[in-house]
Write a protein that binds this ligand. Structure first.
Ligand code: HXC
Length: 257
């Protein structure tokens, strides 16, 4: 498909989506979000793909929702259009999605990274929810997902002041999985994606669903859900192959069936 604001490239079982409005620091306008959601769902439905990577440019992952596009809208316009609700469709992506963040990840950009499953940060990464400075609260889950990621004290401080945190603070706080030098971000994220993509697709989908349950159900329900998912895995060819390969001291060859 032809996209104007994003680019998609595929290498083996890994697909990379690149945000491409560098002149606006990848400010997320309606068109970009529509293209991103559509591309992500298309890749999610493709059995030949196991893992998605989302990246920006060296200067900005994304500096937020497009302020100029929103500035003049009224309350009833925003309400009626249900502004930003389309972004929620990213939570329906079943495959692991890795955010490769260099430079600014602010407002909607930080929220977009948090809609992914794993964030890897370059040393230049800056995370924040600066909406307060615009006279608005976060609008794409920032107050909820940042709080779950870094805890109430830090989330309150960041959302109430709009202060940016650097990559190391984000890692200490639990928002990002790891920090890498800027010139190694692409390679590190590629290797991480490859490592995931080498596993059984069914196992990846199941594990992502199980981890996400931890945020949505009481513990006992989550554990019950995981137990059933574990039992169900014994119906897959990949479980038989994975365990046979271990016993045979050889690498597994998964069919993703
Ligand atoms: C529209 C943006 C933008 C944005 C940057 N640009 N961020 N345009 N929406 N969110 C544009 C600038 O207008 C400028 O365009 C160009 O990108 C380069 O940005 P500069 O400001 O010149 O760069 P710099 O001085 O390096 O400063 C970088 C920055 C700053 C600190 C990231 O751009 C900034 O503060 N951006 C806004 C960050 C923000 O508030 N994000 C939250 C948005 S609200 P021109 O044409 O002048 O070259 C949001 C809502 C979430 O995300 C949901 C709640 C409703």
């Amino acid at each position: 498909a032809d996209y104007e604001t994003i680019a998609v490239r595929i290498a083996g079982r890994v697909a990379t989506i690149t945000l491409r409005r560098p002149e606006a620091l990848n400010a997320l306008n309606l068109r970009m979000m529509r293209e991103l959601v559509e591309a992500a769902h298309r890749l999610d439905d493709d059995r030949a793909i196991s893992v998605l990577i989302l990246e920006g440019s060296a200067r900005a992952f994304a500096a937020g929702a497009d302020i100029k596009e929103m500035a003049d809208r009224s309350y009833s316009e925003m309400y009626l259009a249900d502004w930003f609700t389309a972004w929620d469709r990213l939570t329906a992506i079943r495959k692991p999605m890795i955010a490769a963040v260099a430079g600014y990840a602010l407002g909607g950009g930080c929220e977009l990274a948090m809609l992914c499953d794993v964030i890897v940060a370059a040393q230049s990464a800056r995370f924040g929810q600066p909406e307060v400075k615009l006279g608005i609260p976060p609008g794409i889950g920032g107050s909820q997902r940042l709080t779950r990621a870094v805890g109430k004290a830090k989330a309150m401080e960041l959302c109430l002041t709009g202060r940016m945190m650097d990559a190391h603070e984000a890692e200490r706080g639990g928002l990002v999985a790891r920090v890498v030098p800027d010139d190694e971000l692409g390679r590190e994220v590629g290797e991480l994606a490859e490592a995931m993509a080498a596993a059984s697709l069914a196992a990846l989908l199941t594990i992502k669903e199980c981890v996400n349950r931890a945020f949505e159900t009481p513990l006992a329900e989550g554990v019950r859900f995981e137990r059933r998912a574990f039992h169900a895995a014994f119906a897959t060819a990949d479980q038989k192959e994975g365990m046979a390969a271990f016993a045979g001291k050889r690498p597994p060859v998964f069919t993703h069936g």
